[in-house]
Design a protein around this ligand. Structure first.
Ligand SMILES: NC(=O)c1ccc[n+]([C@@H]2O[C@H](COP(=O)([O-])OP(=O)(O)OC[C@H]3O[C@@H](n4cnc5c(N)ncnc54)[C@H](O)[C@@H]3O)[C@@H](O)[C@H]2O)c1
Length: 338
C-alpha cells in the first residue's frame, strides 16, 4: 500500500511569527516543512535545523521554481507583502500571507489583482475569525447593533520595525487590523462610514499613529467603537476584547477573545475558556482549502476590506473628517464580500 503524499509547505520569513508557523507546520501530521527562506542566511539555516526543514535558502527564485511546494507561507515585514505575494502568484504558488494585507490601498489592490489573475488559493492571517469563542459569538448574535471593541497592548519599542512608517505602519495598522477584522466579521452589513480621533502619544521619533478611537457606521445602521493603542493592557478585559448587543442578546468576548459570556432573556451563560492555539487556528483551514481546491478561509478581498477600513481611519485622524467608505478610493475594497 503506498503512503499518501505529504503536503509540502515552504516558509518565507524566519522571524518571531514565522516561528509560530514553522512550529505548527513541522509538527502537523500529513505536512512536510519542505523549505525555509529568509534574506538572512543564518535565520533560514537556524529554522531549518530547529524545525527540520528540507532546505534553507536566501534565494526566493528557488522557492518559486520548486514544483514540490504546495503552498508558501509569507511572514515578513508589511512593506514586503505586496511584492512577495505578486511573486508567489506569478509562480502559480498558493500562499498564506500574514496580516495586514499591506500598508497602502495600492499595494492591497496589487495583491488582489495578482490572485485574481493567477487563480492561486491565497489566505491572509486574520486568525481571530477562527477563535472558537468568536465562532460561537458569531452564531449567537448574527446582526449586532452596537459594538465596543479594543486591542490595547503594552508599549511597543519606538525602534521596533512595526513602528517604522515604511516597514510596519505602527500598532494601529499592524494589530489594530486584527480587531477591525473581527468587528467587520461579526457585523451583518458592510461598513459605510468611519470617523476617528487619535495621534502619536508615545513615539515622537516615528511618523505614525499609535493611539486611535474609531467609530464605524454600517449599512444597516449598526455602529461600532474601536479603541486601539499601545498604551497599557487593561488588566481585566485583556489586550483583545469585544462586547456587542443586538437589542435582545448581548455578549462579551475577553481573555484575548478566548472567553465568552452570552446573555439572553436575562440569563447569563459563561462558556468555559478555550485554549489559544497559535498559528494552527488559521494554518489548518488554509491547508484544507489548498488540499480541497478552495475556498480560502480568509480571502485577499476580505483582507483588503479590513485593511482599507484602518487606512480610512488613519486618514480621518489626519484630516479630522468623516471618511465615506462608499466613495473612491475605498468603495471597491469595501464592496467585496466579507
Ligand atoms: N497573526 C498574528 O498574531 C501575528 C503576530 C505577530 C506578527 N504577525 C505578522 O507576521 C509578519 C512577520 O512579523 P514578525 O514579527 O515575525 O517579524 P520579524 O522581523 O520577527 O520576522 C520577519 C522576517 O522576515 C525576513 N524578511 C524580510 N523581508 C524578506 C524578504 N523579502 N524575503 C525573505 N525574508 C524576508 C526578515 O529577515 C525576518 O527574519 C508580519 O506581517 C506581522 O504583522 C502576525
Amino acid at each position: 500500500m503506498s503512503t499518501p503524499r505529504l503536503f509540502h509547505a515552504a516558509l518565507i520569513g524566519c522571524g518571531s511569527y514565522g516561528a509560530e508557523h514553522a512550529k505548527f507546520l513541522s509538527a502537523c501530521s500529513g505536512v512536510k516543512l519542505h523549505a525555509v527562506a529568509d534574506i538572512a542566511a543564518d535565520r533560514a539555516e537556524g529554522f531549518a535545523a530547529k524545525y527540520g526543514a528540507g532546505y534553507a535558502t536566501t534565494d526566493l527564485a528557488r522557492i518559486w521554481a520548486d514544483p514540490e511546494i504546495d503552498a508558501v507561507w509569507i511572514s515578513t515585514q508589511h512593506h514586503t507583502h505586496a511584492p512577495l505575494a505578486e511573486a508567489a502568484a506569478a509562480a502559480g504558488k498558493n500562499f498564506f500571507l500574514e496580516k495586514p494585507l499591506a500598508l497602502t490601498l495600492a499595494d492591497c489592490d496589487r495583491i488582489v489583482a495578482a490572485v485574481e489573475r493567477s487563480g492561486v488559493i491565497a489566505a491572509v492571517g486574520f486568525k481571530l475569525r477562527f477563535f472558537p469563542a468568536v465562532m460561537v459569538a458569531k452564531r449567537f448574535l448574527t446582526a449586532p447593533s452596537l459594538t465596543a471593541a479594543h486591542v490595547i497592548d503594552d508599549h511597543w519599542p519606538s525602534d521596533f520595525w512595526a513602528n517604522d512608517p515604511v516597514q510596519g505602519g505602527g500598532n494601529v495598522l499592524s494589530q489594530g487590523c486584527h480587531i477591525t477584522d473581527t468587528v467587520l466579521h461579526l457585523h451583518a452589513a458592510p461598513p459605510v462610514r468611519v470617523y476617528a480621533a487619535g495621534g502619536n502619544r508615545y513615539h515622537p521619533t516615528r511618523d505614525i499613529v499609535d493611539t486611535a478611537a474609531i467609530t464605524l457606521t454600517f449599512a444597516d445602521g449598526a455602529v461600532a467603537n474601536l479603541s486601539i493603542g499601545d498604551v497599557g493592557v487593561p488588566p481585566h478585559a485583556s489586550k483583545f476584547a469585544l462586547q456587542t448587543s443586538d437589542g435582545t442578546r448581548s455578549l462579551s468576548l475577553y481573555n484575548r477573545l478566548n472567553s465568552l459570556m452570552t446573555r439572553e432573556g436575562g440569563k447569563i451563560t459563561e462558556h468555559p475558556a478555550w485554549p489559544e492555539n497559535g498559528a494552527a487556528v488559521i494554518d489548518q483551514p488554509f491547508i484544507e482549502a489548498v488540499t480541497n481546491g478552495g475556498p480560502s478561509p480568509v480571502t485577499v478581498q476580505s483582507a483588503r476590506r479590513t485593511t482599507a477600513v484602518v487606512i480610512a481611519a488613519l486618514e480621518s485622524i489626519k484630516t479630522g473628517r468623516v471618511v465615506d467608505l462608499t466613495a473612491a478610493p475605498y468603495a471597491a475594497a469595501i464592496a467585496c464580500p466579507a
